[in-house]
Write a protein that binds this ligand. Sequence first.
Ligand code: AMP
Ligand code: MG
Length: 392
Amino acid sequence: MISVEEAISIIKNNSNQITNERQAVVEKANGYYLSRDINSLIDLPSFRQSAMDGYAIFSGDFESYKVVNEIKAGDTINPILKPGEAVRIFTGAAVPDSADVVLMQEKVSLKGNQLFSQEPFRKNQNIRSIGEQVLKNQIALEKGTKITPATVGYLYSLGIQKVWVYKKPVISIISTGNELVELGDELEYGKIYESNSKMLLSALYSLKFYDVKMYKVEDNYDATVEILKEAINASDLILISGGISVGKYDYIGKALKMLEVKKLFYKVKQKPGKPLYYGKKDETQIFGLPGNPAAALTCFYMYVFISLQKMMGKLVVELPRVSSKSKNEFTTKGGRSQFLKAIYKEGCVEILEGQSSAMMQTFAISNALVFLPEVVEKVNVNDILTTILLPV
Ligand code: AMP
Ligand code: MG
């Protein structure tokens, strides 16, 4: 059995960035990463823009300026001012080439068409210069930049709609177990509703991975081999739920071996999630997650998350950790690292009761996992704890 730290390091070393590209329309590509630098086709802004509602003046040693014209946003005129002249101007409008200052309307007074500045000013104030965001033919965004709403706004302002991005992994989720029934089917005695596949799907969606195939298999060796074979051919990453433990009807380990999947580790000194499996068949990564739902989701956040971030070429690949003060006491048997369902708020953390690996009621109200290293057996009030913040 390996430690949590060893497991994380093996995953980091074996998850490779996906370098295949595709073209995408930017507003539909949130969460993707640019696979090429983007050159600007224009200067941004492409003309001198007024940053304020006010007056553009041809400045000099004058007591007042004569207002001779008006320019609104969108007007395409470029009147020639003489020294001492001004134009009424509005935010976003083109500042005439001959003007060198924009005065805010709140900082001037008018007597007829004579304009008086109420305070000293400096050259080019309140004028956005040509190319101040980016110059034509310069790099507007570098390869590796994540597409966000801000990126989309910036690219559209440059007149760019289509970009090259790295593809995201194709992911398969396989749920195993004779006891599982689908919603809508009769919940006979001894059966449970299948929930892990939808939970994992939701976790993937929340991280903006949408290319997910769903499989379901009973506890049957031949059927398990067939499903795994199909999923390996179709995916970059496979999440298997259940069947990885040591029970008589747990066939995943045997089936993976039969398919010559390279086992990178099996079993981690942790609670929950001890029977976690990680392996690879060529470039397809395979996680065997424990069937118990809280264990499966914990392993998703602690391990699968890292693999996904690495595949996307991200540099920061783990969930954020903060130090927080424990609100309560907690006792463990020690010997295994623990991930405890918890509520974090303003620097303090409450470890919840109900830490079993099947317990979803507490996970459903958690926003964090407290990490206790193997050696810790007792948590006291006000102890400083490592707290892993879950994505919201
Ligand atoms: P296993 O890892 O297959 O031994 O399953 C451990 C526990 O998790 C058992 O109580 C299963 O019924 C439960 N379980 C396994 N798969 C699922 C699933 N897809 N949805 C909900 N519970 C599951
Ligand atoms: Mg099972």
